[in-house]
Design a protein around this ligand. Structure first.
Ligand code: UDP
Ligand code: MG
Length: 320
């Protein structure tokens, strides 16, 4: 039987990009042997993207699937929903802004047919993104690589092809704070990468301001590492040892010399403030993990769907 390919695209205010995205996917996928579907997850857009997707569905109900969220739930959740609703033998995650060229998909499919279950795209170069973003991202991936047990490949986004088994495995992971590229590495299977040059956004502004980027980075770190928690232990040890070494020195100076060590309030104040800062940071880190435990314990559904188009309800698996 011929394989089915699902292309999952999260959409948040991408009205200008929907038609070009569809056109390019159509062009790329038509010569490919097999059936394909575009699963567009509308993540609470406010710019008419929803209507544009409905129109697209009316024109091509054979290939277009639409999942409409009740509000904005965020990129990683939208991708997760797309994976839940996709029914392909292979699922391809792609950004809707055409920064990930659909022309790379046939190459991914080749690797998949060679037996790889995950084919991720490595960003060899990024065009049209700010120096700050590229530097921060590059630093983040390297820190993450060092402090986690899973080997998350450097400089990869969510642009990737996954075999059905990988999709099912990732979908069965119930966590709320999702860092999909990490989760895909975590499940294992045979994985390989292909390099590509990341294009500029086709149209519109980035939907990932620094605040959201940092949140995603934290989700990546807290989801796959306890290192920040252990940091408090190590800093604690370091300061305790330093203090223990200083005590006999201070006692000696006090008892046997005229020197007046640690004279004045400034010294006391600075050391108290320093320690207070370290303690607050440690508390904050515990708070980050605690907040995540809290949101897991509440067990709210991961997302709320208001409407679907072209989706067979029996096939659609509810998540959360
Ligand atoms: N996106 C989303 N929900 C959000 C933010 C972004 O579905 O809350 C989608 C967005 O429409 C795009 C993809 O996620 O298809 C990546 O976002 P963006 O291109 O803004 O990120 P960047 O490439 O700048 O990191
Ligand atoms: Mg983008």
């Amino acid at each position: 039987m011929k394989p089915t390919y699902s292309i999952v695209a999260p959409i948040y205010n991408e009205i200008e990009n929907i038609q070009p995205l569809y056109d390019r996917i159509h062009q790329v996928m038509d010569p490919v042997d097999g059936h394909w579907e575009l699963v567009a997850v509308n993540d609470g857009s406010t710019d008419g993207s929803r209507e544009a997707l409905h129109e697209l569905y009316q024109r091509d109900p054979e290939h277009v699937r639409v999942v409409d969220f009740a509000r904005n739930f965020g990129h990683q959740i939208a991708v997760s929903a797309g994976m839940d609703y996709a029914c392909g033998d292979a699922v391809i995650l792609i950004d809707a802004d055409l920064q990930d060229p659909p022309e790379l998909i046939p190459e991914m499919i080749d690797k998949w047919q060679d037996g790889y279950e995950v084919v991720f795209a490595v960003r060899a170069r990024r065009k049209g993104e700010s120096w700050l973003k590229v530097t921060l991202a590059s630093l983040f991936y390297r820190v993450l690589y060092r402090i986690t047990d899973v080997s998350i490949p450097l400089d990869t986004g969510d642009f990737r092809l996954m075999d059905r088994r990988v999709v099912d495995a990732v979908s069965s992971m119930p966590e709320r704070h999702r860092f999909i590229r990490g989760m895909v590495s975590w499940v294992g299977f045979r994985q390989t990468g292909i390099e590509y040059e990341r294009d500029e956004r086709h149209s519109g502004e980035t939907k990932y301001p620094l605040r959201k980027q940092l949140r995603l980075a934290w989700d990546g770190i807290t989801g796959f590492s306890y290192f920040p928690l252990q940091l408090a232990t190590w800093v604690g040890f370091l300061i305790a040892v330093l203090a223990a070494l200083t005590i006999p020195v201070v006692v000696y100076l006090r008892a046997f010399t005229d020197a007046e060590p640690l004279k004045g309030q400034a010294t006391t104040l600075v050391s108290v403030l320093f320690l207070g800062g370290v303690q607050l940071i440690s508390l904050g880190i515990i708070g980050e993990y605690l907040g995540r435990i809290h949101s897991e314990v509440m067990r709210r559904p991961l997302y709320i769907v208001s409407e679907t188009l072209g989706i067979d309800e029996v096939q659609a698996k509810e998540h959360g």
